[in-house]
Design a protein around this ligand. Sequence first.
Ligand SMILES: *Cc1c(COP(=O)(O)O)cnc(C)c1O
Length: 368
Amino acid sequence: MSKTQETILEIDVSALKHNFEFIKSKLHAKTKVLAVVKAFAYGTDATIVANYLEQLNVDYFAVAYTHEGVNLRNAGVKTPILVLHPQIVNFESIIDYNLEPNLYNARVLTAFIAFAQERKKVSYPIHIKFNTGLNRLGFWENDVDYIVEKLQKTTALQVVSLFSHLAASEDLNETNFTQDQITSFTKIARDFERNIGYKPILHQLNTSGILNYADQAQFDMVRVGIGLYGFANDMKITKQLKNVMALKSIVSQIHRIEPNESVGYNRAFKASGFMKTATIPIGHADGIHRALGNGKGYVTINGEKALIIGNVCMDMIMVNITNIDCEEGDEVIIFDHQKTVNDLAKNANTISYELLTAISQRVKRIVK
Ligand SMILES: *Cc1c(COP(=O)(O)O)cnc(C)c1O
């Protein structure tokens, strides 16, 4: 690996492969795996990740928004892509790019039937989502008859899958609630299959769902997101996953500061003695939360922790290197391990999901 010369996000595809295989080892051999690659594959790079997982024969991809699916098709991805949260205005792109919409309520179902008929589609692949307790997106349990009646009046659509999403799959204090969600989805699926006369793919589990409920609710497919990128709900499992992302930068400039001088905007930091600071080319526009300013966040330089001092700027942070032996041009690690990601997320009052997906598109991605 050559020396870091600017801010980069390194993506370790061999770690991705390890995590994919780890998840598969928790499943029956015939269970399909859908890889969730929304939000630039959780802040990595959706094109790199999807192309790589396609070579590993992943069964499905999911994105949140239509244009994320369009980007994958433009990058040559051939695997089916479920769009989790489409809008009516996206239907043309969905069909043009052979994407598969989640139809989550009467409004989008009705509109998509009309649109597919107008485009003279036969058996166009769609997915139906049911709300079993998250109260976010999806039809209700008692909507089954309505949906089936609508679908039986047209040959334009074919239901490829039925799915639902757990609200607290990581929380073992909510096991009863989760069990109710599983029971409800099982009943919905049974009713639906009976009424429509064929068997769509069923799926309900996300990463923590796979880790906690693989026995009860594996169904035909699972949807894995954060696990692919190296994180699980508890540290014991996280340790068995491999770290995929490393965010690195360099020391641009070193300053020697005298007592009572301030550092950064609003003079938020004031030096109490002589000190040394390093300026790093990464800021809140790159995904370093402002909440990490003023000593909450840190970076690592030559193996030593350097606290962020003052406010996080748009394009820079300043860190305290008074007791660190380093020079301008030295490498800076923002994180290169799940533990650091979790640490920073905690200090910014957030979770790994948000910390990772916040790494902006301005940061150069490099495959390790
Ligand atoms: C984001 C998302 C997932 C992935 O969840 P992870 O916890 O990252 O595994 C699965 N299903 C749906 C509907 C999602 O929105």
